[in-house]
Design a protein around this ligand. Structure first.
Ligand code: SIN
Length: 527
């Protein structure tokens, strides 16, 4: 058994930034189920937003963030994000990070959908995520942070005082390890790979959310999922992201016959809000029509978009033809583990940061290029806070769950992915969500929540976690009887401010062992 001051679980920008900051004064162990170069942040093609130009300001960045979020955002969290953005970027540049610059040496600022002005920084064009992560990985080398790769967190350990006192992990050989820590941080990302079509890394399967929920943490806004309109679609599979910046440079969404599909749908046409573009493409695909990005008007495409170009080449798409086949898919989870303004979850000494956390900063729909920024700003703040926290004596471990669950009948991931895509995807209905929830409940969610992980394989635990997260999405989406941002229900197609603007679906399973008559506890709380 290992004991440390801070454990960070994850390998994206939020995880690394938190670990770097906390390590200024604490011993930090960073644990990732895959490798440091394996995360959504590493794949990010969009850039990082900050109000840096003379035409811009934090109030305008705030306005754009709130309007993308359909004003469901937590305003204080948005203010923190936009106010801290310029200094966080300046710190990053001081530490050696290189962003793309104009001929005169000034930072090159790009435009993306729903931003009022140019404010997106890039590194090597569409390689921003990769270059930012390489920079942070380099910074990590000169710290005392201990990095453990290929070890998956499978259970949070709860003390007799109900605080989180660490985590149990499984390595690739199936060996269980116990890490005790004064403070534990979840930075495991969203749940993209639960959907058939996704831009996410296949390792991003919502396990941090399942772990926290099982440990009693509140989980909120799970119905709000952003579907990116343009994933490369080849051989009936989504093969990666085709950045919105391609449309920002003039590419048009067209049918096989070349007819523009966004004409007459929204005044911003191809740069309309993501959910509108995604829903439009989806309606064509459902009718059996293919949709393409016409890139023929973009000069020097390969130099401008090296990451998209190599993705196309790898997947046998000939760029000379000027058309990239696309389909929409899961891109970003706005909901997640509920945290306060300090990143604290409802379980003492358990923190969450980045996409796995729900700070309320993105509201019902995230503004493009605000997610690397969220990881950076909230990671810096949380790491700084942890660095200055007083040491604490760890209490004894609370008696763990002893429950048994029948896992043999749990579906393989492709079966679940198909169901989520169809019933809790771009267009949802009450009937479809009820079908999904009923299906998931046949696997006895309570026994999955109560399950003792010892003796279980990583595949079994992962399957159980995916069912729990899918259930959280289905339950939340069924409860919200309106459409807002990333949550669209064709049976409730409008926003219903009077009922829902100030209301959040928050689910909690506070004490599985003491649950009332076999029901876990959940609440619908005013925001
Ligand atoms: C993109 O490049 O289209 C994705 C950017 C983002 O989602 O922030």
């Amino acid at each position: 058994m290992v004991t440390t001051e801070v454990i960070v679980i994850g390998s994206g920008i939020a995880a690394l930034t938190t670990a770097l900051e906390a390590s200024e004064r604490k011993h930090v162990i960073l644990i990732t189920k895959s490798e440091l170069r394996h995360s959504n942040s590493y794949l990010a093609q969009g850039g990082i937003a900050a109000a840096l130009s003379s035409q811009d300001g934090v109030s305008l960045h705030k306005k754009d963030t709130l309007s993308a979020g359909q004003h469901y955002n937590k305003v204080k969290a948005v203010e923190k994000l936009v106010q801290k953005a310029p200094s966080a970027i300046a710190d990053l540049i001081r530490s050696g990070m290189q962003f793309d610059r104009d001929h005169d040496g000034s930072l090159m600022l790009g435009m993306e959908g729903a931003h009022s002005v140019r404010r997106i920084l890039h590194s090597h064009g569409d390689g921003t995520g990769r270059y930012m992560m390489e920079h942070l990985i380099e910074c990590l080398k000169s710290t005392s942070v201990q990095v453990i790769e290929n070890e998956a967190a499978v259970e949070l350990i709860i003390g007799e005082d109900e605080s989180c006192i660490g985590v149990k992990t499984l390595d690739r050989s199936g060996k269980l390890a116990v890490f005790h820590a004064e403070r534990t941080v979840l930075a495991t990302g969203g749940c993209g790979s639960l959907y058939r079509y996704t831009s996410n890394s296949q390792t991003v399967s919502g396990d941090g959310i399942a772990l926290a929920f099982k440990a009693g943490a509140k989980v909120r806004d799970m119905e709000f999922i952003q579907f990116h309109p343009t994933l490369l679609f080849k051989n009936n599979k989504a093969a990666g992201l085709v950045s919105e910046a391609v449309r920002g440079d003039g590419a048009l969404l067209v049918t096989e016959a070349g007819l523009p599909i966004m004409e007459g749908v929204h005044h911003l046409k191809d740069l309309a809000p993501r959910h509108i573009v995604a829903q439009t493409i989806f309606s064509y695909i459902q009718r059996g029509e293919k949709v393409f990005l016409d890139i023929s008007m973009i000069k020097d495409f390969k130099n401008r978009f090296p990451t998209v170009s190599s993705l196309c080449e790898k997947n046998g798409v000939d760029l000379q033809l000027g058309k990239i086949p696309v389909a929409p898919g899961n891109h970003f989870l706005m909901g997640g583990i509920e945290v306060d303004e300090r990143g604290q979850t409802s379980v003492p000494s358990l923190y969450a940061v980045g996409e796995v956390a729900c700070t309320g900063v993105h509201g019902a729909n995230r503004l493009a290029s605000n997610s690397l920024l969220e990881g950076l700003v909230f990671g810096k703040a949380l790491g700084g806070l942890l660095a200055h926290m007083q040491s604490r004596e760890l209490p004894k471990e609370k008696e763990g769950t002893q429950g048994f669950a029948h896992l043999a009948s749990l579906p393989d991931l492709p079966v679940l992915q198909e169901k989520l895509m169809n019933e809790a995807g771009i267009v949802r209905t009450g009937a479809g969500l009820t079908r999904l929830k009923n299906y998931l409940e046949t696997f006895d969610i309570e026994s999955l929540l109560d399950m003792d992980v010892s003796g279980r394989s990583l595949t079994e635990i992962t399957k159980a976690n995916t069912i729990i997260v899918a259930w959280l999405i289905a339950e939340s989406a069924l409860t919200r009887t309106e459409s807002r941002g990333g949550h669209f229900r064709s049976d409730h197609p409008s926003e219903d401010d009077s009922l829902w603007l100030k209301k959040s679906v928050i689910l909690a399973c506070q004490d599985v062992k003491n649950r009332v008559k076999g029901r876990w506890r959940y609440e619908y709380i005013e925001a």
